[in-house]
Design a protein around this ligand. Structure first.
Ligand code: FAD
Ligand code: MLT
Ligand code: ZN
Length: 488
């Protein structure tokens, strides 16, 4: 997390302003009256990051209704050298979806492009437009007796275009992979306004470079994703959830291994939650409560899934797994969800982790990944490093431990004023990221780089990799019009 940048807005030269004004006029005509707004109140939610840490300015918010309109808008922008910020649900964690402060950009919102174009149940695919809300995509798949497994706490507001552009992760990566692995084809408007139709629903296609990979996780810096062919899976017929207290972090990982091997690898979710997270959620989110009768330091929310129409004993297997883990001292206490309502109650504790931290006050967030085997060592070493900088800091850690991704968040000392803590932001970020790097990890597991980690990227990414990234950017977006100031 970072305080908003405080650079003064840059003045545009007069010629640029005139060219831009003409381009804005043409854009308004291209998308029609429903397709744009300059009303300050309507623009406001598009200018601010959801936690309020980044706020930018823009000339206009444009909402094209279809791919052709997106292409026309981009062509006009390319001619006028008008920079663009693509935006979907604006739930980005790294200031990626809001414009810079200089007010030069247009915001290109995909929100009106929200059609499910088709679903091919037999091919286990669906073709959706970028502005489809993730939850709608999940629900539509279920209606066709299929499953789209991408799942995250923001799924009621984030959109598939944003999910693919951030290569989102979430709670089911262990079993299904992240967003990148759930895509078979893409439709993209390139920075010069050409449309690339790569909407193939093929699991095999070795006809040269896999171009879609360039745009997945590019955070809008290489083009605008307008539609995608998504991979579907058999629908889960039963989900068995348990909330368990584990002895320590190592025990959590032993439990993961045990559950994977003993369940025939049907672990759908394996979320680690440390006690301070539960305390904050119960404190700030009405209707939440401790699932266990006493408190423990670490918990795991574990789910096994069965896709079989017949009862194939997965529920009993979970009970056996937990019984053995308790005998071995890995699990100290556990409760199995007896109903969907109880399962949802477990999830409310996990999914409100971010929201309750936001309400609590200042925190410095870290979205790191490391090999699963390195989690215990990272956890301890990073905490030692943080305490050397801020002895009264509070560790509010949780995350998708099953795939090695931890949200290793540091909250300000109790009773702090926020600002004093933020003075230590760079030092704390570097300390945690250095430890993750030393453990063979990444400084951004699933949230992306955006504005937040742009400058830090060069500290950890090999120079050769950065060089290749810049070469690709130059080749596809030579004028740097796509989401300037983000990633690179
Ligand atoms: P936006 O925020 O609008 O955009 C994200 C980035 O993609 C920006 O750089 C934007 O310019 C670019 N972009 C958007 N649409 C397009 C497009 N069509 N073409 C090209 N570029 C585009 N993330 C996770 O990975 N895992 C989690 O578990 C998770 N949990 C979250 C929980 C909460 C409570 C919240 C608020 C966020 C969470 N996030 C998580 C972060 C966020 O939801 C994801 O990054 C999500 O994928 C962003 O989708 P969006 O539609 O909001 O995209
Ligand atoms: C989540 O998994 O809930 C988000 O990605 C976490 C965050 O707020 O850092
Ligand atoms: Zn996450």
């Amino acid at each position: 997390m970072e305080a908003p940048a405080s650079k003064p807005p840059q003045k545009m030269p007069l010629e640029t302003t005139t060219v831009h004004a003409d381009a804005i006029h043409r854009i308004k005509t291209a998308v029609g009256e429903r397709g744009w707004t300059t009303d300050p109140a309507e623009m406001q939610p598009h200018l601010v990051e959801w936690r309020g840490h980044y706020e930018g300015q823009a000339q206009i918010v444009v909402r094209p209704a279809n791919t052709e309109e997106v292409a026309e808008v981009v062509r006009i922008c390319a001619e006028a050298k008008l920079p663009m910020t693509p935006q979907s649900g604006n739930t980005s964690m790294c200031g990626g979806a809001v414009p810079l402060k200089n007010g030069q950009e247009i915001i290109l919102s995909l929100a009106r492009m929200n059609r499910i174009r088709s679903i091919d149940a037999e091919n286990y695919t669906m073709t959706v437009e970028a502005g489809c809300i993730l939850q709608t995509v999940q629900e539509t798949a279920l209606e066709a007796d299929r499953y789209f497994p991408l799942s995250l706490a923001a799924e009621g507001s984030c959109m598939i275009g944003g999910n693919l552009s951030t290569n989102a992760g979430g709670t089911n990566v262990l079993r299904y992979g992240n967003a990148r692995e759930l895509v078979l084809g893409l439709e993209v408007v390139l920075p010069d306004g050409r449309i690339w139709d790569g909407l193939l629903g093929l699991r095999k296609d070795n006809t040269g470079y896999d171009l879609k990979q360039l745009f997945l996780g590019a955070e809008g810096t290489l083009g605008i994703i307008t539609a995608a062919v998504l991979k579907l899976f058999p629908r889960p017929r039963a989900i068995y959830a348990c909330f368990c207290a584990v002895r320590d972090i190592s025990a959590a990982l032993e439990l993961l291994d045990h559950a994977r091997t003993e369940s025939g690898d049907s672990v759908e979710t394996f979320e680690l939650i440390s006690r301070p997270v539960i305390d904050l959620v119960i404190k700030h989110i009405p209707g939440t409560a401790d699932p266990l009768s006493r408190t423990y330091e670490y918990y795991v929310l574990l789910e096994l899934v069965s896709t079989s129409k017949k009862d194939n004993g997965v529920g009993e297997r979970l009970e056996t797994i937990l019984g053995q883990a308790m005998e071995n001292g890995l699990v100290l206490d556990a409760v199995l969800a007896q109903s969907e309502q109880q399962r949802q109650a477990f999830w409310r504790l996990r999914e409100n982790a971010s929201e309750s931290q936001k309400i609590e006050g200042a925190s410095i967030k870290h979205d790191i990944s490391i090999p699963v085997s390195a989690i215990p060592s990272f956890y301890e070493a990073a905490w030692k490093a943080v305490l050397e900088i801020e002895p009264a800091a509070r560790l509010v850690a949780f995350g998708h431990a099953g795939d090695g991704n931890l949200h290793y968040n540091i909250a300000e000392p109790e009773g702090g004023d926020g600002q004093t803590f933020f003075h230590k932001l760079t030092e704390i970020n570097e300390a945690v990221h250095d430890v993750a790097h030393a453990h063979g990890g990444s400084i951004s597991a699933e949230h992306g780089i955006g504005q937040l980690k742009r400058d830090e990227l060069s500290r950890y990414k090999p120079a050769v990799a950065l060089d290749m990234m810049r070469t690709i950017k130059m080749a596809i977006d030579p004028d740097g019009l796509m989401n300037p100031g983000k990633v690179l």
